[in-house]
Design a protein around this ligand. Structure first.
Ligand SMILES: Nc1ncnc2c1ncn2[C@@H]1O[C@H](COP(=O)(O)OP(=O)(O)O)[C@@H](O)[C@H]1O
Ligand SMILES: [Mg+2]
Length: 424
């Protein structure tokens, strides 16, 4: 769940329920260590490697920003300004959008050219009908910013309707709504939820996106439907997410930083292909590397410690969160597990410690049975995770590099697995 602290930081709990409700800060020491980016291939690791890893988790106070300029996207009237100042060719639509009085059909050129669902227009009665007037039976999700309903449009298309919380006292909520629209209307990728449109009318703020039918990753790691997510599927999900973030960072009109990569924001199709959702915290990558954010946003347990400390955001903050996600995929655990012993409480710290000791496999999700292929893959995934979790962004790989490494891990994994299954 999301909560706004009185100070400069906005936090989400490590959500998806369960015992991880406690807010916790993860900070890191300033000292960069190039050793953290060093390639490792075997069991026990040297002392410098261990030091590099430990510095990922050494606590340090976050400092206050010394610049009061807000870096968030703004409600509609400000959006057009921010878009045009970014030089975006899709920004010109925002002026006209205001005059539609809450009804919006995304004017992104790709959507229009293809005549895809992106050009659908919505009215409140349409959405009320689609969701049976926001029937509790059609509720499919609850996040910090609102409730998500399943709906069916008149033409049969299934959609997810995100209904923003009506909290007049919390201006962040409004920002998140516009943030999400701003980002969604720019992007298009197989591994990102597809935007259908939005509606702001009669006190309602609604975002309509493609319905993703198979729940979120956190639910699957928790085995909510009684089935264990196989290791090979977890690997594919990691690759899908890496592709999605690579796209955000490199291919869209202007690089976008998601800022809230986590398992409950990864949605799954019936064939377990993954789609990244929830762009409420997303932000255009700053063009000026000295840009200072006024608000650190993200979820405790996934937050880049350098961003937390310096208030300087860049794409590598998503890479850090992705490193946490990799550990989550291997262990099945939440990033912070308050009920565990102090050694195991911060899952990434515990797993990386085990990895550095040469005991990575001990952290494998107890629901999975290890074998040679999994053992090797876990080693390699942790090698990558350790790089993603480097204390400073310059020592973290790019998202594209993460994807490439994961492709090679998948290749090795398949080569080891296939002969065994052929023999059976
Ligand atoms: N397009 C969708 N299809 C299916 N379920 C969704 C969809 N979008 C969100 N959900 C469900 O709702 C939950 C909350 O949605 P999210 O967009 O993350 O909201 P919040 O910003 O409040 O966290 C997700 O974790 C997921 O379970
Ligand atoms: Mg969410």
């Amino acid at each position: 769940m999301r909560s706004s602290s009185g100070g400069a930081s906005t936090w989400r709990r490590s959500d998806a329920g369960g015992g991880s409700g406690e807010l916790s800060r993860v900070s890191a020491a300033t000292t960069a260590s190039t050793a953290s980016a060093r390639s490792v291939s075997g069991g026990g690791r040297g002392a410098s490697f261990l030091d590099a890893f430990r510095s990922c988790f050494a606590p340090q106070e976050a400092r206050s920003p010394d610049n009061s300029m807000s870096d968030d996207f703004h409600p509609s009237h400000q959006l057009s300004q921010s878009m045009s100042s970014q030089g975006s060719n899709s920004g010109s639509t925002f002026g006209s959008r205001r005059s539609i009085k809450g009804m919006y059909s995304p004017m992104h050129r790709n959507s229009l050219e293809r005549g895809t669902p992106g050009s659908t227009k919505f009215s409140l009665p349409q959405i009320q009908k689609a969701t049976k007037n926001f029937s509790p039976n059609l509720k499919i999700g609850q996040g910090g910013s609102g409730t998500v309903y399943k709906g069916q449009l008149a033409d049969g298309t299934l959609v997810a309707v995100k209904r923003a919380k009506k909290n007049v006292y919390d201006k962040h909520m409004g920002r998140e709504f516009w943030n999400e629209i701003e980002t969604l209307q720019r992007i298009e990728h197989l591994n990102l939820v597809r935007f259908h449109g939005y509606l702001e009318f009669g006190g309602e703020q609604l975002i309509i996106v493609e319905y993703v039918p198979n729940g979120n990753l956190r639910e699957h790691l928790d085995c909510v439907n009684g089935k264990v997510l196989e290791f090979s599927v977890r690997l594919e999900i990691a690759i899908d997410v890496a592709h999605a973030i690579t796209y955000l960072h490199t291919y869209s009109d202007h690089p976008v930083i998601h800022r809230d990569i986590k398992s409950s924001n990864i949605l799954l199709m019936n064939n377990f292909r993954a789609k990244v959702a929830d762009f409420g915290f997303a932000k255009l990558a700053p063009t000026d590397s000295s840009h200072i954010s006024t608000q650190v946003k993200g979820t405790a347990g996934y937050l880049d410690p350098e961003y937390l400390r310096t208030y300087q955001l860049n794409e590598k903050s998503d890479v850090y969160s992705f490193g946490v996600l990799l550990v989550e995929l291997v262990t099945g655990r939440r990033p912070i597990e308050p009920k565990r012993s102090i050694i195991e409480r911060v899952t990434a710290k515990w797993s990386m410690e085990k990895f550095v000791e040469g005991n990575a496999i001990q952290t494998l999700d107890a629901n999975l049975e290890s074998n040679d292929a999994i053992n090797l893959a876990v080693e390699k995934i942790y090698e990558l995770a350790l790089q993603c979790l480097a204390p400073t962004k310059r020592n973290r790989p790019s998202m594209r590099r993460c994807a490439e490494i994961l492709w090679s891990i998948r290749k090795d994994y398949r080569e080891l697995v296939v002969p065994t299954s052929v023999m059976n």
